[in-house]
Design a protein around this ligand. Structure first.
Ligand SMILES: Cc1cc2nc3c(=O)[nH]c(=O)nc-3n(C[C@H](O)[C@H](O)[C@H](O)COP(=O)(O)OP(=O)(O)OC[C@H]3O[C@@H](n4cnc5c(N)ncnc54)[C@H](O)[C@@H]3O)c2cc1C
Length: 384
């Protein structure tokens, strides 16, 4: 059993937190509503994030990165998602699901070519696991990788790819042994943009995260050299799941940022809006909602920080990562519901950002493992 309950933040943790807060208030706060309304990718946000070092946070110093851990990333992502969840998911996926596997499982050639570009944002990464017919049951994928001379030929369609329209490097999971046991027959491939046969399909029109690019990715006889295989052949699903732990911490941190946005805006509105001759926050019905939102935010943050600290300490923590995502995403949705309620009619309009938080919050319970799948992971660990 882990000894980590609530990690104490170091000076370095606080520095990252402060620099992410400064970045988010300066770059994201003034632009987030516009990116959402125009459904435009937060290009300026991503370029500025690269300058702050946020795109290579987890890349080790030997590769020129900051070499920081999951707790640093959680603190950074809470600050970023406080103001813009579209920028938040772009950075989370890029760091946890692309930079991390390329660093840990890529060939030297792949690392040398792509890690510097991933860090500067010259190349943004995309993670291609889901397919139209396989979501929660990701190992039921149909995308095929056939062995050919010097490499592999990929065919299939990937769905719901975050960063799909802007990515320069796609990490793609495909069935490499059709006769093999489910989950042990998948290989991970790194495929650069511009590879013949790789194309970006339809762009999704979404309820929230409207600045984030979400597309299909189509593979038609795409040749990938052996040197662009990540890890061992047929061990790709293990890689996909291992990095999903980090990914889930990223999404749990996104939920913390959105939750905090709902709470802070509701406190401000509650103090300013007057009915029956006094601020609505003076009514116990409103004040108690704020108390519950604040308590759940702290509880969620403790779960996220515990799991991040366990991961940084090298402890096995799939259950704790799932607990953090399960609780933080549900609490965030409860907070978003209450934030709109506290704002009354104003909360139902684009004049106040809570309507965007409400739309953005919804996804935290769906991607990187829906709520039911987190329960599945947690209960499997309890019952084994
Ligand atoms: C905006 C967005 C961005 C995304 N980005 C990416 C990305 O970058 N890369 C990528 O690979 N994928 C991505 N996804 C896909 C995402 O991870 C899937 O949508 C998610 O895993 C759920 O799969 P599904 O949508 O097919 O739902 P389904 O698997 O069809 O699930 C539907 C419902 O059934 C429930 N369910 C399924 N199985 C069980 C079970 N065993 N027990 C109980 N309930 C169950 C689910 O919880 C859910 O409520 C993204 C999705 C969205 C919407």
């Amino acid at each position: 059993m882990s000894v980590i309950t609530a990690p104490i933040l170091s000076e370095e943790h606080r520095m990252i937190q402060e620099s992410a807060r400064e970045f988010s208030e300066r770059i994201l706060k003034p632009n987030a509503a516009r990116w959402d309304q125009e459904e435009s990718f937060p290009q300026e946000g991503i370029a500025a994030a690269a300058e702050y070092g946020f795109l290579g946070l987890n890349i080790q110093e030997v590769h020129g990165g900051a070499g920081l851990g999951n707790l640093h990333a959680a603190l950074m992502l809470e600050e970023i998602n406080r103001w813009d969840a579209s920028t938040g998911v772009t950075i989370s996926v890029h760091n946890t699901l692309i930079c991390a596997p390329v660093q840990e499982h890529g060939s030297r050639e792949l690392q040398q070519e792509f890690l510097p570009k991933l860090m500067t944002g010259e190349v943004i990464g995309a993670y291609c696991l889901t397919e139209p017919q396989s979501g929660s049951d990701a190992a039921a994928m149909r995308c095929r990788a056939e062995k050919v001379d010097g490499g592999w030929r990929l065919n299939g369609t990937k769905a719901w790819v975050t960063n799909g329209g802007v990515a320069g490097l796609f990490v793609i999971y495909a069935i490499s042994d059709p006769e093999g046991r489910k989950s042990y027959n998948i290989t991970a491939f790194a495929v650069p943009k511009g590879t013949p046969g790789l194309s970006v399909g339809k762009k999704e029109v979404k309820l929230g995260l409207r600045g984030s690019s979400t597309t299909e990715v189509i593979l038609e006889d795409v040749f990938v050299p052996d040197s662009y295989v990540l890890g061992e052949v047929n061990s790709g699903f293990k890689i996909a799941l291992a990095h999903l732990d980090e990914g889930r911490l990223g999404i749990a941190s996104q939920a913390l940022g959105l939750h905090r946005a709902c709470l802070e805006d509701s406190i401000q509105y509650g103090k300013e809006r007057r009915q029956f001759g006094k601020p609505i926050a003076d009514f116990q019905g409103i004040a108690w909602k704020l108390a519950d939102m604040a308590t759940e935010l702290d509880a969620a943050r403790l779960l996220v920080h515990r799991a991040a600290a366990m991961k940084d300490a090298g402890e096995f923590c799939a259950k704790e990562c799932s607990m953090a995502k399960l609780f933080a995403s549900q609490a965030c949705n409860r907070a978003a519901q209450e934030a709109v309620q506290i704002h009354g009619g104003a909360g139902y309009t684009t004049e106040f950002p809570v309507e965007r938080y409400y739309r953005d919050a919804r996804i935290t319970e769906i991607y990187e493992g829906a709520t039911d799948i987190q329960r599945l992971v947690i209960s499997r660990h309890l019952l084994k």
